[in-house]
Write a protein that binds this ligand. Structure first.
Ligand SMILES: [Zn+2]
Length: 71
């Protein structure tokens, strides 16, 4: 048995065995996301910040707390 590194979507955890995943570069690492979750990353990155930070995204904290908006 070959031990292959299977990547999974950082958002929904779907494996590349089941569905195509897109490679993202993030702080010198590679993370993966499936096309279904990509819109969420585009429109609501704050909702994925936890997963991104867990993947090594150090600057993600600014997104996580950064709802600089009008009050
Ligand atoms: Zn996904």
């Amino acid at each position: 048995m070959t031990k292959q590194h299977t990547v999974t979507c950082l958002s929904c955890g779907r494996s590349e065995e089941d569905f195509p995943v897109i490679v993202l570069r993030l702080a010198g690492r590679e993370v993966h996301i499936c096309p279904q979750c990509l819109p969420a990353l585009i429109h609501h990155p704050d909702q994925l910040a936890t997963q991104l930070i867990a993947a090594g995204w150090q600057s993600g904290g600014t997104v996580a707390k950064g709802r600089k908006g009008r009050h």
